[in-house]
Structures are given as structure tokens and as C-alpha cells.
Design a protein around this ligand. Structure first.
Ligand code: MN
Length: 320
């Protein structure tokens, strides 16, 4: 069935070949922009499920099509143009290649790509892939922070705390991301917002997180206390990595996840979290993972997640 294209009403293109129509720069060593978006469809998939979020980067790019013609209009979620000056525009570095059977190779490609961007003073925004994608990203950020003598704060927005030691014999998979983060030399603070319902974690995982010093703010608490108080333990003048799992959102806004559940965060709560974090320190990198287009409903989740990335771009563009 041919659909009526209302995008033409707003001067929008019907297809997005890059995220938000941003300039494509495939050669990471040639990036001169302050922000780069990069797709990573797979890092360390569990054997039983494979790279189930492999199609997320393409779906998220496609979801930006209706905004491309209007990128210089006023964005009310940001309070101005997405990019306040032409030199602050992000670029799209395309997708890293991956091989589901070669997790070490996938991780190396992600680590090397993030390291290259950090070396150039670029803030990488990584589109997963599942939640194993941030592990090599965090390793690269940690190495850079160590070289600079800086410490890191991780702010994770997720329905799950991801503190499993290992799952199905894999210690670098999506259920272990925050435990692996806690083991990095420069990571001093971890704040985790949005845990809800029943996930893969056990009570002992929560106890380990708390014993390490992670500050856990459940989704229920976040709804009660708001973003400002949720982030009260984020220190000033820290380098920050923001890790966002699509399942943190309320499922009606973002149904494209493997485990939907009631009580998730609203889009504006997530925007507030990013904005407040950016006011406390310097965001060095971000990831947006666990979006599964095949589970989405009529593009609603792709739109919510793509809008979150656009808002994050606007926030990061204002800190560089
Ligand atoms: Mn999750």
C-alpha cells in the first residue's frame, strides 16, 4: 500500500542517508567536527540471540528524515537551533563493520574508532547494537582519561543495572556492562537511573553495585524525586560518559525493545538527565543501545530514540 507522504508538507526529504542529513565522514582520522555519530551494530552478542539490534543504526537514521529540511529551525527541546553554529555541527561516520562470530574483532573496531575520535577531541555518540557495545567504548574513554589524568563518572539510564559477572559464559555481554565499567581504573562514580521490574540481575548483583558505591535510582524513585536529585551524587568538574538503554523509556513511547514494561522514564526526564549531567562536567562520550526496530510499533520508538539523540547533540554542542 502506498502511504501518503506528509513530509512533503514540511519540506522534508523522505529518506535519510545520514543521521539528520549531517555530513558523512567515513574516515575517522579526518573528522574535524566536535561531535560524531557512529553506528556499531554488534560487539559481544550472546550466542543464543545474536546481534538482535543490528538494524538499529539504519532505523534511527531513517527516523530523522522528517527533520532534515528543518535542522536550522528552533528546537524547543534544546532552546535554539540543534547546532548553534555551523562549526558545531556533528558529522555521521557511518557504521563500523562487524562479524557476529568475531566478538574480539568487533570490540577492537569499536575501541579503536572511539580512541581515534577522542584523540581528535571529538565527542563520540555511539548507536548500538546491544548493550555490550559500550564496554569497548568505555575502555577507550578510560584509556584516554588515564592519559590525561582525569577521572570518570558513568551515568547509566537503563531499566537494568547490568552488574552480572557473566551470563551464558560471556563476561563482556550486555548484562555485565556496568560491572565491567566499575573495574576501569579512572571510573570513580557510577550513577544508574531507571531500574524497574524484573530483569536479568539478581539481588546479589545489586548488593555488589551498592558495595562498590554505585548510586542506584530506580525508575519509581526517579518519578518521585526528579532528575536534579537523582543526579545529586554526580561530582562537579568530572568527565562523564552517558550510557542510554532504550528500555529505560516508557514502553508506549519506545516499544522497540526486547523487554517492555510499565513505569519507564519519559522523554523529557531523559533530556533533563542529560542536560543536568552536562552542567556538572564534560560529556566525553555517549551510547544509545538496545533499540530493536523489529519490535517497534509504526516507528514510534525510532522517533523517540532519534529525538533523544538529536537533543543530546544539541546539549553536547553547547558544552564544546
Ligand atoms: Mn536494559
Amino acid at each position: 500500500m502506498n502511504k501518503v507522504d506528509l513530509g512533503a508538507l514540511f519540506g522534508a526529504s523522505t529518506e535519510a542517508t545520514t543521521f539528520l542529513g549531517l555530513e558523512e565522514v567515513r574516515d575517522l582520522s579526518a573528522v574535524t567536527a566536535p561531535i560524531a555519530i557512529l553506528g556499531a551494530g554488534c560487539a559481544t552478542p550472546y550466542a543464543s540471540v545474536g546481534a538482535y539490534c543490528r538494524n538499529a543504526p539504519a532505523a534511527l537514521r531513517a527516523a530523522t528524515a522528517s527533520f532534515i529540511a528543518n535542522i536550522d529551525r528552533h528546537d524547543f527541546d534544546i532552546g535554539g537551533k540543534v547546532f548553534p553554529a555551523p562549526q558545531l555541527r556533528a558529522v555521521d561516520c557511518g557504521d563500523l563493520t562487524f562479524d557476529e562470530a568475531d566478538a574480539p574483532g568487533n570490540r577492537k573496531r569499536i575501541r579503536d574508532a572511539v580512541a581515534m575520535l577522542l584523540d581528535r577531541g571529538v565527542v563520540p555518540l555511539l548507536m548500538g547494537g546491544d548493550d555490550s557495545v559500550p564496554i569497548p567504548m568505555l575502555q577507550a574513554v578510560n584509556a584516554r582519561a588515564a592519559a590525561e589524568g582525569r577521572y570518570l563518572t558513568i551515568v547509566q539510564i537503563d531499566a537494568h543495572i547490568d552488574w552480572r559477572q557473566a551470563h551464558m559464559g560471556e563476561s563482556l555481554g550486555l548484562s555485565s556492562t556496568m560491572r565491567r565499567a566499575s573495574e576501569l581504573s579512572q571510573v570513580r562514580h557510577i550513577v544508574q537511573v531507571g531500574a524497574r521490574g524484573i530483569g536479568s540481575g539478581a539481588t546479589t548483583d545489586l548488593e555488589d553495585a551498592l558495595a562498590w558505591g554505585a548510586h542506584i535510582v530506580t525508575a519509581a524513585e526517579m518519578h518521585r524525586i526528579g532528575a536534579e536529585r537523582a543526579l545529586a551524587t554526580v561530582p562537579e568538574d568530572t568527565d562523564i560518559v552517558v550510557c542510554i538503554d532504550a528500555d529505560a523509556f516508557t514502553s508506549s513511547d519506545l516499544p522497540g525493545v526486547i523487554a517492555r514494561g510499565p513505569g519507564g522514564l519519559e522523554y523529557y526526564q531523559v533530556c533533563d538527565l542529560i542536560r543536568i549531567v552536562a552542567g556538572k562536567g564534560r560529556i566525553r562520550a555517549m551510547d544509545f543501545v538496545e533499540f530493536m526496530p523489529e519490535r517497534d510499533i509504526d516507528g514510534i520508538g525510532a522517533l523517540t530514540f532519534a529525538r533523544t539523540i538529536i537533543t543530546a547533540m544539541g546539549i553536547v554542542a553547547r558544552q564544546v
